[in-house]
Design a protein around this ligand. Structure first.
Ligand code: G3P
Ligand code: MG
Length: 238
């Protein structure tokens, strides 16, 4: 049966259920019926790694910048419940066949290795791959190297500027904070053939608000809550 409603995108895997951006979190997202996952990408000395912060302090028992270490030094660190910080290759290898991925670029050093990785694996032919960033110039650079890649400028409260960037990037979507998103924004984006994905809607109320204004995807730490709220919403509007 075709699922109804917007895409359900697990934030950092399913960060509400398992340590963020780990293999356990990614498995949890798909166990909870997410359509896609969102992950954060950084570069250590010799590998693309899936981690949010530039330092290891908050999410692992290590410390300092990840950029100063080889992956062989990062892998043994505990990222919570005995999990490791995974490489991008590991995460791509974990995805179910029909699953999509939103890769958020956290730093410019990721660009060249990401192009190499996606090209070598022919990943965009296998699944939906959306690359997003708060650094819109970085997306511009990626567009030059991968003319057909799906892009999404990220914005917290600069939706109109993000629309302008999306048009110049020929972006697939605008990924915007649910806190500052209105129906007007979504209508304006749709008029320009851009989708809108809202982050990070976690409570049933936040999720229902995003359904009401017509977003195309909801990025959440709790993919299960998004599914439940979509179903309740569909029954109400039947
Ligand atoms: O990509 C959506 C969201 O993840 C952006 O913020 O800080 O959670 O990476 P952050
Ligand atoms: Mg992110």
């Amino acid at each position: 049966m075709r699922k109804q409603g917007p895409l359900i995108i697990g934030h950092r895997g399913a960060a509400g259920h398992a340590p963020e951006n780990t293999q356990a979190s990614i498995r949890a997202a798909f166990d909870l019926n997410a359509d896609w996952i969102e992950i954060d990408l950084r570069m250590c000395k010799d590998a693309l790694i899936v981690v949010h912060d530039d330092t290891l302090d908050r999410t692992t028992n290590g410390n300092g910048p990840a950029a100063n270490l080889n992956y062989a030094e990062i892998w043994p660190l505990d990222a919570g419940q005995g999990e490791s910080i995974p490489t991008l290759e590991t995460v791509l290898g974990l995805l179910p066949e029909s699953a999509g991925i939103n890769i958020e670029l956290k730093e410019p050093q990721t660009l060249a290795p990401l192009v190499e990785c996606l090209t070598r694996r022919d990943e965009c032919a296998k699944r939906s791959v959306l690359v997003s960033s708060f650094d819109w110039a970085l997306l511009d650079n990626l567009r030059v190297r991968m003319p057909a890649i799906d892009l999404a400028p990220l914005t917290k409260r600069r939706f109109t500027d993000a629309m302008t960037a999306a048009n110049s990037l020929n972006a697939y979507a605008i990924n915007a904070s649910h806190k500052h998103l209105s129906r007007k924004h979504v209508t304006a984006a749709h008029a320009q053939q851009r989708r809108v994905f809202a982050y990070t809607a976690n409570t049933p109320k936040e999720i229902a608000q995003m359904l009401d204004i017509g977003v195309d995807g909801i990025i959440s730490d709790y993919p299960d809550r998004v599914r439940t709220t979509i179903n309740a919403h569909a029954n109400r509007h039947r």
